[in-house]
Each structure stands twice: as structure tokens, then as C-alpha cells.
Ligand binder design. Sequence first.
Ligand SMILES: Cc1ncc(COP(=O)(O)O)c(C=O)c1O
Length: 408
Amino acid sequence: MASLHMRLPYAIKIYERILPKATIYPVKNYFTSPSNQGDKNLFTPGPLNTRMDTKAAMLKDYGSRDEEFIKTVSYIRSNVLLLAGLSEDKYTCIPMQGAGTMGVESVIGTTVPKDGKLLVCSNGAYGDRIASIADVLGINTVYLKDPETETTNVERVKDILVNDKTITNVAMVHCETTTGIFNPIEEVGEVIRIYSPDASFFVDAMSTFAAVPIDFEKSNIDFLVSSANKCIEGVPGFSFIIADIEKLLKCKGNARSLSLDAFSQFQGLLSNGQFRFTPPTHAILAFKKAIDFQKDEGGVKARSERYQENRRILKDGMKKMGFKELLKDIDQGYIITSYFFPDHPNFTFEEFYKRLSDKGQVIYPGKVSQANCFRIGNIGCLYPDDMEKLLSCIESVCREMNIELPLH
Ligand SMILES: Cc1ncc(COP(=O)(O)O)c(C=O)c1O
């Protein structure tokens, strides 16, 4: 603890030197505030804001064989499983260098047998990305596309599995961050358990893991991917795969890529605790700090409650101003929300975005193909105060743009 306090002011000095003064927003107390200390608030699907002490934890150079570093890798692998409520006897956590997509590509490339067939359930850009990965890797794929504003149709998944006994793997996205919709992983997992018990089930839980409780047993999940800079609030640099060990051991020799071979990465970690190729040492150190903070905060439950409170404040405030949500309330999760553009002649997204950004508030363009939307996320190091501040900035920006509130 004492050493952290000695290191932190030094970290802040460096940080202030890197950031031009003009971009520094009202500074909160560096030592007590959990929030972002001068950076813009990122209401996006990622990269996300991180705590100051998470960033400060990176100020150390380790070699990949350093005993302390190897211990840290082992610590984060065990603690990801602890956060998920999983036993190390049955599951393992495999960190994989790169962005979240590399983790997804690693699972798809490693777990589908050479002569296998993959069912991809998609209702948005990230589901489509899984299908694109399979296409590039030359994997035989059945593509089930649902509308972006509807959850995965479990009955259609069932029909496909009943009629096609050659399907070996099923993949879907938990929160389709394109819209913010929560997909029914438990129901799909149950259908797989009944109609294709030998098929492996992969869930892309990039934007939900550690903030939305996931029951692996009930959902029948064999493989799951998330990344360091999502709900655990580490810095970007690697993703991690949670794998059912028994299922993973059957994947030897499947890989379509040398570096993204999840089986070999697991074997490497098992043999000497090391990554096979240069590890993201600094990002791992930050991740350890972020995990420790989440444990102190109260684990998945507390993270879930904070994000739900952020979402509640956003939802109520935006509704008062007359903004309309894209999704039905029942399907809308608490990770990110899509809003229709206001139907007002003075509104352009570019100006709205820029004016908000100038006030230190970064929102995100929409990703929906059928409607003009923008998105507001409430994950990362964001707290209810940050949501209130965003709402007041949105109100000011609408006033500046001569858009009367509430919207009609
Ligand atoms: C559900 C989901 N899958 C995959 C990704 C891709 O992650 P990355 O941008 O880190 O490659 C994202 C990113 O937000 C996501 O939300």
C-alpha cells in the first residue's frame, strides 16, 4: 500500500506531461476518486475508461520469464475463474494477446474440427464478425440471422439442430453491442444440450463478462471470450478465453493459425506458466490491479449493480429529454443503449458528437443497418455522477444547437 502511494504521484506527473493541458477537465482528487482524473469520459463499447491506480500499476518492466510476472499471470488466470464462480478442475482461463476479436478468432479457429460445421447465431455486427472469421478460415458454416432489434430466435436454433446432425459447434454473442440487446444464452445452451449434446457452445461475452452474471452450467457453455478492457476495467492489450478443459483437450491439431492456437497457448501456460510469444506484460499488471479492485468493490454483483444504476440514470434522463430508445425495454441490457437520432432539422450527429466531446463526453455512432442511431455505453470506470454530468452536457448541447427539449 505504502509503495503504491509513493508511486502514484510520479505516475500522475508523467500522465500530466503526456496530456496537453487543454484536454484536462475539472480534476477530481487523484487519490480518493475512482473516476478518470482529467481524461474524457468514454460512453462507448471500448476502449473504456480505467482507474488511475490501474494505469499506475503498469509502471514496471518485467521480462516474460520473471518469476513475479509468471506468478501474476497465474494469479489473473485463477482470479478470472473465481470471478466467474468456476472451478479450476473443470475450467481454465487462457489469456490471448491482442484485441477481443483475436480471442474470438482463436476460439473459432481452434475449436471447430477440421471437418466440423459451425452454426453462427447473429443479430448484429459482432455475430456477423464471427461468421466472417469462419468464412476467412474456410469453416463450413450455417448462418442464422435474426433482425438487429430482436433477440436470437431459440425456436429457429432448435429447428436447425434437429434437422442438421452434422453441426459440431454453435456460436453466439451475449450482449450484441451493436444495439445493446441481451441474447438468451441459457435457452440456446439448453437447446444444444437436448438436441446436439456433443456440439460445443461458444459465447462471445466480450461486453458482459464480470458485470452480468453468467451461469456456465445452466447455459451449457464450453468456451467464452472477453477482453481485458471491458467490464473488468483493465487496459486493452489482450483477451481471455474461458474453456472447459475436457472440451479443449479434444481440440489438438484443429488450429488454422499458429499464433491464435488456443490449445497450444494452454499447453504453453501449463508447461512453464509463460506465454508462447511476447506477453503484454504491462497490460497484465494493470489487469491484476483491476481484478483486485473488482474483488474489493464486491465482485460481479457490485459491478452489475453499478452499471445498472448508470443505465437507470441514463434511461430516465434521456426519456425526460424526449430521446427514444431503439430496443424494446425487455430486450435492452444495461451495457450500452442505442438512441434514434432526434427528428429535428438542426440535428446532425457530427455536430452533436463534437460538441459533447469538447465538453469531455465521448459517445459513439450507431452500428445498426436499418436506423439512424447513436449509442451511449455505461461500462468502464464510470459512476452515477458521470452519467448525471453527461445528461447535463447533452441538455446544454441541444440548447446550443437550438433543439428544443423535450423533443417531439
Ligand atoms: C460483443 C463484442 N464482440 C467482439 C468485440 C470486438 O472486440 P475488439 O474491438 O476488442 O476486437 C466487441 C467490441 O466491442 C464486442 O462488443
